[in-house]
Design a protein around this ligand. Structure first.
Ligand code: AHR
Length: 330
């Protein structure tokens, strides 16, 4: 919360449409580690990992956009570990890259390494996920979604779906990776909305690490320990898709016996939504590459850039998923 307030107060806020984000994506190669001429901007980027369909689309967007913008991208995969990201950022500082960008695995613990980047005069841009540090001078900009808002949208759909009903609604929740901004914020946004109605009860809530495998395994344990599950809220599509496999294996019908809400709206999730196996998806756009490259060029040129660039996103019902799927880019 602190980080959001300080971001809003400290800098201008720019709203960028998710659809506009697709425009600059090219079919060019990975863009990773290409050697550039002297005047080429060098961007060091540390990615979270490859845990989900969302992440794969995000990596592609960044690599393609760097290639089409003529930016020399030094790409590093942290494999879900903060220590790997800190190592990568220190390497980027040693290599004297022009700009550093990263999507933080977790929210806390970035002060020391970002101070090192600041002392080396290398601008830092946060992408996708925020950090929980009150010192907003540690980075130039943060581009990404409002995860609290995403959780709220999930809760609002649920409230509407059960409007006028008085029976208890038993909810199980598959959380994202512990400590990650989208896990913390999607949980709190959802909880804030449903707390106004005591009929909603979160009977089990556990991490599924944002992966299909863990989503399936944790849903299996939920199904064994909870005799009467009405709703599954999964913090991303992949965990929801894994859970669908567990629900079907238990002889239940996903979307009917257990209502399912997820976040992301990647193609596989949207297909399950169109098929009636998921009931509602809150969109989170991974297509951050074009705006990131624009910010990188401006940061390198010493121009003032907005401290918060917010991606504009929507929600999908099964009918809307059927309409959107043919032109879905990820
Ligand atoms: O930070 C964005 C989240 O990370 C996506 O919603 C999830 O799928 C990913 O792993």
């Amino acid at each position: 919360m602190l980080k959001r307030l300080s971001i809003a107060v400290a800098g201008g806020l720019l709203l960028v449409s998710a659809v506009a984000g697709c425009g600059g994506d090219s079919d060019a190669g990975s863009g990773s580690g290409s050697s550039g001429g002297d005047d080429k901007i060098t961007l060091g980027f540390s990615q979270v990992g490859a845990e989900s369909g969302w992440r794969t689309a995000n990596t592609k967007s960044i690599q393609d956009s760097a290639a089409s913008s003529g930016i020399d991208l030094k790409f590093s995969d942290a494999q879900g570990k903060q220590e790997n990201q800190i190592k990568a950022i220190r390497n980027f500082i040693t290599q004297r890259v022009d700009v550093i960008a990263f999507s933080p695995v977790v929210e806390s613990g970035w002060g020391t390494v970002l101070k090192e980047a600041k002392d080396a005069n290398i601008p830092v841009i946060l992408t996708d996920r925020a950090i929980d540090d009150p010192d907003t001078t540690l980075y130039k900009s943060f581009i990404g979604s409002d995860f609290v808002e995403e959780g709220k949208k999930a809760g609002e759909w649920l409230v509407k779906e059960y409007e006028g009903k008085t029976d208890t609604v038993n909810i199980v929740e598959l959380q994202g990776s512990p400590g990650a901004a989208p896990a913390n914020d999607r949980k709190s946004g959802f909880a804030d909305v449903i707390k106004s109605e005591p009929k909603f009860k979160v009977v089990a809530s556990q991490t599924g690490q944002f992966t299909r495998t863990d989503g399936k395994a944790v849903m299996e344990t939920f199904l064994k320990s909870q005799p009467d599950i009405d709703v599954l809220y999964a913090h991303n599509d992949d965990m929801g898709l894994g859970a669908i496999e567990a629900i079907e294996a238990a002889g239940k019908k996903p979307g009917t016996d257990i209502k399912i809400i997820t976040v992301d709206a990647v193609k596989d999730g949207m297909t399950a939504l169109a098929d009636g196996k998921i009931n509602f998806i809150v969109e989170c756009s991974p297509l951050l590459g074009p705006q990131l490259m624009d910010l990188v060029k401006k940061a390198k040129a010493g121009e003032t850039i907005p401290q918060r660039v917010l991606t504009e996103e929507t929600t999908f019902t099964p009918e809307q998923a059927k309409e959107a799927l043919p032109s879905r880019k990820y």
